[in-house]
Write a protein of this length. Structure first.
Length: 101
């Protein structure tokens, strides 16, 4: 009897809660590339601006994604922050995100 192979998973860390969640590696790669592409423009962005950038990236690459873009974006952004790739800071009362230098 054939067995179904499990999809590769990536363990995402949350720097705020210390929690962990497993996400399909393909989805993780897709969103981490989109977030990186959005933030590499050099400008610090709010979360909403970052999610808008992910939507633009998907549009440019003609990627259709049926899940919640915002949920995956925040989860993978938190993981990238925990791994030291992204930094979050407050400026003029706004929480902003940028690639770590």
């Amino acid at each position: 009897m054939p067995t179904k192979t499990a999809a590769k998973k990536v363990e995402c860390l949350n720097p705020n809660t210390g929690g962990k969640i497993n996400i399909d590696s393909g989805i993780y790669e897709l969103f981490s590339k989109a977030i990186y592409h959005t933030l590499k423009k050099g400008k610090a962005l709010s979360f909403t601006q970052m999610v808008d950038g992910v939507h633009e990236y998907f549009g440019e690459k003609k990627i259709k994604f049926d899940g919640s873009v915002s949920w995956y974006a925040v989860t993978i952004k938190n993981d990238m922050e925990a791994r030291g790739m992204i930094e979050t800071f407050v400026q003029k009362g706004k929480k902003l995100h940028r690639l770590k230098k």
